[in-house]
Design a protein. Structure first.
Length: 290
């Protein structure tokens, strides 16, 4: 298996009434860990690079995307590459222009912080451009909390707005606000599964759950049963990576070779990814085709 288009993973998940897992990375060590974990589980996943991650790497999106493409091409399971939470239009357009070279196949246009009308118009315009570039497009409606105070806790996506939004913008997937929040380090978020099911019945595009690190395993499974078809996970991996580094330095304050502690952190994230993959493979068809 190798680098694949995000659309192919999503189509398999839809047919299986399951979900595609999408993992956010900050460094190449985390990209390696995500792929290793997916290989251990035998399931295809999406590698996600956020706008914030690009800024962390000095704004050099192409270099980071190309590195992930090389890793994906050597994987034994299907791997897709996705640009996540893009608000900067210049970054979005540069990514679209270089997609054929970088292996990028999907992008999330994040305009949920804008009033509904502005979100509608901007998302529609960028979606048209992305489709011309061959990209699968995700958008967000009812801003998911936890990113720079994007919304007051408790905001939910309106089902009728969601239906009209997808019809007008022609996005391929929609991230909805149903009780989860970004950057949660506890797993006690309570999802509104009835709302997920209601939105699913009225919206043709697959639904995406952001902030899944804050949802229990059973909560994620219930959300998938209710209609979620893409599950985003980021914070849990960052917590695992950092915890391993902290534990290492508490026990050894003299080591100067970063390979020793980065390898341990990478292994821990790999194990975390493999565990998350059981959310869609235990008792469900895998997104991996032998």
């Amino acid at each position: 298996m190798t680098l694949v288009h995000a659309r192919s993973l999503m189509e398999r998940a839809i047919l299986a009434r399951s979900a595609t897992l999408a993992f956010n990375l900050v460094s190449l060590e985390m990209a390696e860990a995500i792929i290793q974990g997916a290989e251990r589980a035998g399931t295809g996943v999406i590698l996600q690079i956020s706008e914030n991650a690009i800024r962390f790497h000095g704004g050099r999106a192409t270099a980071l995307l190309c590195a992930c493409r090389e890793l994906a091409e050597q994987s034994t399971v299907p791997i897709a590459i996705h640009l996540d939470h893009v608000q900067d239009q210049q970054i979005a357009r540069e990514a679209m222009a270089s997609a054929a070279r970088t292996g990028l196949t999907s992008i999330m246009i994040d305009a949920a912080h804008l009033p509904y009308g502005e979100n509608l118009v901007l998302t529609s315009s960028l979606t048209e451009e992305a489709h011309v570039a061959g990209l699968w497009v995700e958008a967000e409606l009812g801003a998911v909390g936890g990113k720079d105070g994007a919304h007051v806790s408790g905001v939910r996506t309106d089902p009728e707005e969601a239906r009209a939004f997808v019809e007008f913008t022609r996005v391929d997937a929609l991230a909805i606000a149903v009780g989860s929040s970004h950057a949660m380090t506890s797993r006690d978020a309570k999802l509104d599964n009835a709302l997920i099911a209601q939105i699913r019945r009225g919206v043709a595009a697959p639904l995406v759950l952001h902030g899944s690190s804050g949802v229990s395993e059973e909560g994620v499974r219930q959300a998938i049963d209710a209609g979620i078809r893409k599950v985003n996970i980021g914070t849990a991996l960052a917590v695992a990576f950092t915890a391993e580094l902290r534990s290492f330095f508490e026990a050894d304050a003299t080591t100067s070779d970063p390979r020793r502690y980065l390898a341990l952190a990478r292994d821990r994230v790999s194990a975390q990814v493999a565990q998350f993959c059981t959310l869609t493979t235990n008792g469900r068809p895998s997104t991996h085709t032998p």
